[in-house]
Design a protein around this ligand. Structure first.
Ligand code: AMP
Length: 114
């Protein structure tokens, strides 16, 4: 089992600005925000990448997305819009190998990918 930076944040061994948590996930502010609001939704379960998901994780992924949209609604930018992203492996720009969903919003985002 790997022990990543995010495992340490979940265990409160490294500080983070936690904005939400429940039995399945922890959400905290990205330390290098790429948008006015940039929050990471991280399952407590250690899953390295999107490639490592199984059918058993389907509900968990749904919970990450629902937690992100609930946060956007709570913070008042759901209607103006936002982006949710999973980066996967090197070409996808993944740097922390504990699955996480990026929520980016709070203002207009650059259009396009790549
Ligand atoms: P990714 O590149 O998709 O693996 O995303 C990892 C994200 O974690 C990046 O956006 C980093 O800015 C963010 N990050 C790295 N270290 C920390 C930290 N200590 N607290 C909060 N976010 C972090």
């Amino acid at each position: 089992m790997t022990d990543t930076l995010f495992d340490k944040i979940i265990r409160r061994e490294i500080p983070a600005q936690i904005v939400y948590e429940d039995a399945d996930l922890v959400a905290f502010k990205d330390i290098h925000p790429a948008a006015p609001v940039h929050v990471l939704f991280v399952p407590r379960k250690s899953i390295a990448t999107v490639n490592d998901l199984t059918n058993d994780d389907a509900a968990l992924i749904g919970k990450l997305v629902l937690a992100a949209s609930a946060y956007a609604k709570r913070e008042g930018f759901a209607e103006s819009g936002y982006r949710v992203v999973f980066n996967c492996n090197a070409d996808g720009g993944q740097t922390v190998y504990h699955l996480h969903l990026h929520l980016l919003g709070g203002g207009p985002l650059r259009v396009g990918f790549g």
